[in-house]
Design a binder for this molecule. Structure first.
Ligand SMILES: Cc1ncc(COP(=O)(O)O)c(C=O)c1O
Length: 446
């Protein structure tokens, strides 16, 4: 397809510099396995599993076939006051995979909706237990929790909040970020060990300031993804769990990226051996093929909301929340088929193994290159951090992204970081191609 044949004028692209994109568009027209085909007929290696979604690789026939079968059976059904067989099946499969007693799934269609749903469930839970004053949420600096008003309020990426700062949730605080660029600029497959206790701040400043009895929930990503793949200090999440328990505060893990295999385990919660009260997911649950998100809720959270209504009339709805597409049967069919593929091909274990290959390759090739000030690999993802160009934050990473794309590899710029997060089916040779393309682009930087 020639550039002139692409009708560029009507679409406003998300999280994209639209003006420069229009001058040099990147348009995908097909995908298979690890590769895209672009509008001008080039092959591009997908180094980021299409924004952490396509764990099993593109165009999986098993998933597409399940979608086709579902379309021929039940295309769509309203989710309110009824259900569909596929959504119950998907919920059961997801709950069975989850650790601990995360036994109830509330479906939605995206990570942003999942986060806002989780925040609302937290409020509903406390209200149901007679603690309606618990309305303070605690997120973390540079956390990413989608783009809903709840998500950007607990989120901590300044650029995502700036234009909307007058309309954020009123009672939100943030934990300190989990990175030490001096002592822990580089790590490979291990959690950084800090001398300092990062969570003292929560115990000694944030909780006393708000009073713990007013705090509804703490929300964190087990590994900070969108900020540029930052791993919390060893023991951090366990200690966070203990602090939350001590004060009756719910712990929410936003596992939109870490859920379904990225760390080599079903969820980040499994990797860390810490079970949250609420766990959000999206992306890989359908291999990215059809939008689906959700919140796994601890059984006790659900029970508390139900118990509060034990004397209500039978027609009384317990939680006034839901989406037209909650538990869409086609998305749920895709989820069931995706979970089958993950299981049958043991893809979470593959992700763990390929993560080591990626870490070795990246550290071998990129450490010490000009402008590189950090390199972090963990699970099947890595980020190389660049020195900011004075007055032009993020520009170097963006230039690397453009250059890699021209050379046939899709990488992700995230602030000053360039991220690789391939599908779990990636082969070692493809990892070499990604890393060497990135290396060449980094060597060209001014
Ligand atoms: C941790 C986390 N939460 C929420 C979201 C938002 O998901 P979505 O873009 O599907 O709304 C993302 C997206 O990358 C994410 O990484």
């Amino acid at each position: 397809m020639a550039r002139a044949d692409i009708p560029l004028q009507s679409q406003w692209l998300p999280f994209t510099p639209n003006r420069s994109f229009a001058l040099d568009p990147r348009v995908f027209v097909a995908a298979e396995g690890m590769h895209f085909t672009t509008h001008d007929g080039r092959q591009v290696l997908d180094g980021i599993s299409s924004l952490w979604c396509v764990g099993a690789g593109h165009k999986r026939r098993e998933i597409n076939a399940a979608i086709s079968r579902q379309l021929e059976t039940l295309d769509y059904a309203t989710a309110f006051q009824s259900g569909n067989d596929r959504s119950f099946e998907a919920a059961e499969r997801i709950a069975a995979l989850a650790p601990g007693n995360l036994g109830k799934v509330l479906f939605c269609s995206s990570g942003s909706e999942a986060v806002d749903t989780a925040l609302k469930v937290a409020l509903a839970y406390h209200r149901a237990r007679g603690q309606a004053q618990r309305t303070v949420f605690i997120g973390r600096e540079r956390g990413y929790h989608g783009v809903g008003f709840g998500g950007i309020s607990v989120g901590g990426i300044p650029a995502n909040r700036k234009a909307f700062s007058g309309a954020l949730l009123p009672r939100v605080d943030h934990l300190r970020f989990i990175h030490d660029p001096v002592k822990h600029a580089y790590y490979k497959g291990v959690e950084p060990v800090w001398d300092e206790d990062l969570l003292l701040e929560l115990e000694q400043r944030i909780l006393p300031l708000h009073d713990p009895s007013n705090v509804a929930a703490v929300i964190v990503e087990p590994v900070a993804g969108s900020a540029g793949w930052y791993v919390p200090p060893q023991g951090y999440l366990k200690r966070l769990r203990e602090i939350c328990d001590r004060h009756g505060i719910l712990l929410i893990f936003d596992e939109v990226i870490t859920g379904f295999g990225r760390l080599g385990t079903p969820f980040g919660a499994d990797y860390y051996g810490v079970v949250p009260d609420l766990l959000t997911f999206a992306k890989c649950v359908t291999n990215g093929v059809i939008p689906l998100g959700g919140v796994l809720c601890r059984q006790g959270v659900y029970d508390a909301v139900m118990d509060a209504h034990r004397d209500s009339p039978a027609h009384q709805i317990e939680l006034f929340h839901g989406y037209t597409y909650s538990g869409h049967p086609v998305a749920c069919a895709a989820a069931v088929a995706t979970l089958d593929v993950f299981r049958d091909e043991d893809l979470f274990a593959c992700a763990g193994r390929m993560g080591q290959v990626l870490g070795d390759a990246a550290h071998g090739a990129l450490k010490g290159l000009p402008h590189v000030v950090g390199l972090r690999s963990f699970g099947l993802a890595m980020a190389v951090e660049l020195q900011s160009r004075p007055g032009l934050p993020g520009q170097r990473a963006y230039e690397v992204f453009l250059d890699c794309f021209k050379q046939g590899v899709l990488v992700r710029p995230a602030g000053e970081n360039v991220v690789l997060a391939p599908a779990y089916v990636v082969e070692p040779g493809q990892i070499d191609q990604m890393v060497s393309t990135l290396e060449q682009a980094l060597r060209k930087l001014s």
